[in-house]
Design a protein around this ligand. Sequence first.
Ligand code: PEP
Ligand code: MG
Length: 798
Amino acid sequence: MDMHDRPTGGEHSKLASLARLIREVDSAPDMETALRVVVERTRVLMAVDACSIYFTEHERRRHVVVATAGLAPTVVGQVQFGFGKGLIGRVAESALPINLEHVPEAPHQEFVRQSGSGPFHGFLGVPITHRGEVLGVLVVRQRVVRRFDDADTAILTTLAVQLGGAIAYARASGDLCGLCRPDGAERGWIEGLPGAPGIAMGTGVVVFSSTDLAAVPNRKPEDPRMEEQHLRQAVTRVQEEIRQLSADLDGTLSAADRALFDAYALILDSPEIVEATVARIHQENWAPGALRQTIEGYTRHFDAMEDPYLRERGADIRGLGNRILAHLRGGSGTTGDDPSSIILIGHQLNAIDLGLAPRDRVRGLISAEGSSLSHLSILARALGIPAVVGIGRIPLEHLDGQEVVVDGNRGWVYPRPNPTLRQEIERLIREEWGLESDLKTLRDLPAKTLDGMEVFLHTNAGLIADVPLMMAVGSAGIGLFRSELLFMRYDRFPSEQEQMKVYRQMLEAVAPLPVNLRTLDVGGDKPLPYLPLVERNPMLGWRGIRLTLDHPELFLTQLRAALRANVGLGNLRLLLPMVNGVAEVEETLTLIDQAHHQLLEEGIASSRPPVGLMIEVPSAVYQAEELARRVDFFSVGTNDLAQYLLAIDRGNLHVSQRLDPLHPAVLRALWHVVDASRQAGKPVAVCGEMAGDPAGALLLLGLGFRHLSVSAAVLPRVKWAIRSVDFSHMASLARQALTLEKPEAIRRLLEQTLKDAGLDRLGGAVSENGKTVREARAATGTPRYPGSTAKKEQRGHD
Ligand code: PEP
Ligand code: MG
């Protein structure tokens, strides 16, 4: 369909059916059901004679049927095409749809022979892909000659996109083995992005909101009778609520609308909800999981209905389910009896989830959303917890209660590792410990290059709990104190006194070393629970200094708290986030002066601290000269700078893997900032995550940065890298990097530099069956989209 063509009546109803089909696939309890739903419904929707799904087995280099409607059921697991063979092979290899009105005989013979069916003429096949990798093919066939139109291709492609994430998960977890590999031998991994380095193994615990029934995992109940009792109580509470609401609205609502409340009460009384859920509890599911199963089963019928009024009733029932859930649970989805080694899993894990979990038992993190630069990753690195983020739309609930491996170095997750893999992981974890103990010996040694250039390594921190580790690794001070973490721990804005106490503790704990306190930097991917912002484009929205300048009462409170905490110590420095021009700096400096003078008038011996600017938006780069004249120092936030220079939302899983701080444009911006600050005679640091990557740190050193601020967990690695190279060599490396046109070329140059300096130990990753994953991939010849190699290279972990 062309953009200007409006869908016709028939297309409208097709699109409505497609939307319903997608909802059904989404809520399917398992992979087999999802595949069956797709083939059966698509066959009807597109009025075709057969619809089938092929799954690509990379190890066996073939595409094999895993579901069909219209062909004999016996073809499942039997009909198969080797790589490069037949139309299916062509769709997979070209990663493009193939639409044939009349299939020529030659490529078709093999299919007719294997399937035992008569010939088909019309053929439309589309690839099923996930993250640039072809996972299978979705195909419809017609016995007679048929020309499929653009709308047909669009519908099939839409379904294939839907299947991509689900198949990626099923392949990784082995859920497809029963369908296509009778020996069940294929175990895989789920590809995400490296969030925080390190490798961890533990039991998956899925965190879910107490109002999102769809995200509730299945779990074995501790005491089914107790679960049943909780369920009955929760249902009674919801019934009471409904009665109360109906009474409150009496007189306001029409009789018809009030009848709806009666209908809700009846639904809750019906055995379809309560008794069916109780039965599921006694079949070994806890109350929230059993409730989800019941509600899903119930609403599926409504979702499939053509009548929009009846479809709405499905949404009502889901709403009732969420209300019952809210009474069943409170707070996060973690339970008191969590396993001893937890891998915390969530769709959009955040600092609050982490705060609510038992920290001493959390070994790793997995988040569907996010990127290496998102706030969760930064926090995980600060806490030294391996993390994989941005793994995408896959059914994470299935990982609950399963053994899971997190490889934060590579960004991969291994569900249910087999014994060989487990052995390999245990070896790697031991190796990591060995590396850590080697790194400890560096604590009191300076971060000096072989030819004597000294670098000042500071740490990024946000909690007082970060101080012991930063001291243990020999940090030169806190280069970035993320004050928003303090704000996130409250359910309202903390008062001046409350803030003062925390800042004072921090300043005292590290004095005389400096603390660069960044003023409140919320918004974007850093939500405050008590300041919900609904913005169309949060990353370009009300965040950082914009928000605090609009609320001088909040800003002045924070500034006064910081200045009061500094009395008698003098190691405070203020750092301003997200500044985009001269006016914002001037406004802020006025507020700082105001707070300072207020305190002096109150008889408090305040002193005006040095004020620095974070360079993290492109406009600040190009006004660096003017800005440098107004402040005492710069600190470059490469996370946001890369995000805004490349126009890639750092938290958006669809694009975040393209966000590479080694992009030549970022390097040139960094070069410009160093140059401007040198001319102004103002010091410049980097506090973004690029500095915490040993290769990135060496490049920054070569570009002329002498101050780096990194998380305490990675500081020893960065120090080791610096102590292993010559500054003069890094300077020429940076000059060479500035001439390169692609991030991959820059990354290769850096990787080679690390290798030559004997630093390869700094990034070990899990290998499969003794082979490195790269070797395993090369051996299987995984088909990919043209261009996906570049994407992987850019991500730098394949
Ligand atoms: C940055 O943007 O690089 C930075 C250090 O700040 P944050 O990641 O907290 O936004
Ligand atoms: Mg930032």
